[in-house]
Design a protein around this ligand. Structure first.
Ligand code: FES
Length: 222
């Protein structure tokens, strides 16, 4: 058996290409092809997720092997994509001594403020009354996939990608204010982006409806 098909860098590159393909697929206008593609992806996802979860659970009996797999960037990424582990390590405070006193600090690489601020644009999306009640409308702007949905006289805009996955949610459904992911049933409050178990969160985007009904959504992007 070959030890590796990809280097870590090539694996990251392949993930980036897959992400781009998913965004391209989002732009398909042929609804039948889009639904067919989602169905194929869903089956691929399911036939990988179940055995992967069983393998990962079985690893509990082999802590050294489990640690090795948790630390490998490719296997840990795959496990996080399938919601089996988080790929965001919790920062361990590092203790240093300064003037004889112990000082704790978070590694610089994990301080979010060091990232440049996102750009923001207000998008005009036409009169909100043209939206069917509780229908999910996928949108894309500057590589940001989001969806808008109207509930009565309110409109919400939320990330169109399940937390921890690259899979879109716009083929799911709305029940009251709960957005239900079509892949494995995660439920998010469309008003806050939070999942019902509070373990996941989707980005939400500010919405404004002008006096004449013009719907505007503010999208933040890199
Ligand atoms: S992709 Fe698994 S619940 Fe959404």
């Amino acid at each position: 058996m070959k030890q590796a098909l990809f280097s870590n860098e090539e694996y990251e590159e392949a993930l980036g290409q897959l992400d781009q393909l998913m965004q391209d697929a989002e732009q398909l206008t042929d609804v039948d092809n889009k639904v067919l593609l989602y169905n194929i992806l869903q089956y691929f996802d399911s036939i990988h997720r179940e055995p992967l979860a069983r393998i990962y659970n079985a690893l509990a009996a082999y802590p050294k092997l489990k640690e090795q797999i948790d630390q490998d960037p490719t296997t840990s990424k795959m496990l996080s994509l399938y919601d089996l582990v988080s790929d965001e390590p919790v920062a361990e405070p590092v203790n240093e001594h300064q003037n004889g006193q112990e000082v704790a600090f978070i590694p610089e690489s994990q301080v979010g403020l060091l990232y440049p601020p996102k750009k923001k644009d207000w998008l005009e999306l036409g009169n909100y009354e043209a939206l069917e009640n509780k229908k999910l409308y996928p949108k894309n702007y500057e590589r940001v996939n989001f969806l808008v949905s109207r509930i009565g006289s309110d409109v919400y805009a939320i990330q169109n990608q399940c937390d921890g996955s690259f899979l879109p949610i716009d083929q799911g459904k709305l029940e009251d204010h709960l957005l239900i992911c079509p892949w494995h049933g995660c439920e998010y409050d469309i008003r806050t982006g939070e999942s019902t178990d509070k373990a996941k969160k989707l980005e939400i985007y500010p919405v404004e409806i002008e006096a004449d009904g013009l719907l505007k959504v503010e999208i933040a992007y890199d």
